[in-house]
Ligand binder design. Structure first.
Ligand SMILES: [Zn+2]
Length: 71
């Protein structure tokens, strides 16, 4: 019989059980990303005047990449 080995194993399981919930609780902050204000994008040549887009992409007229507007 090796009591110390069994005891060490139980101690290890107890350690894991105590610390795993703490690790998962910290990941709950990831839901805050949806509250971030949407970025606005605009054609660098302003083909469509001051028209802005809320997603990055390309200008439908000059096909240039839209640039992010500074707040
Ligand atoms: Zn354009």
């Amino acid at each position: 019989m090796n009591i110390t080995k069994i005891f060490a194993g139980l101690l290890c399981i107890g350690y894991m059980a105590c610390h795993t919930p703490q690790a998962t609780s910290t990941s709950g902050t990831t839901g805050n990303t949806e509250t971030v204000k949407k970025d606005q994008y605009q054609c660098p040549m302003k083909c469509e005047g001051t028209k802005t887009y809320d997603t990055i992409g390309t200008c439908p007229k000059c096909k240039m990449d839209l640039v992010k507007l500074k707040k």
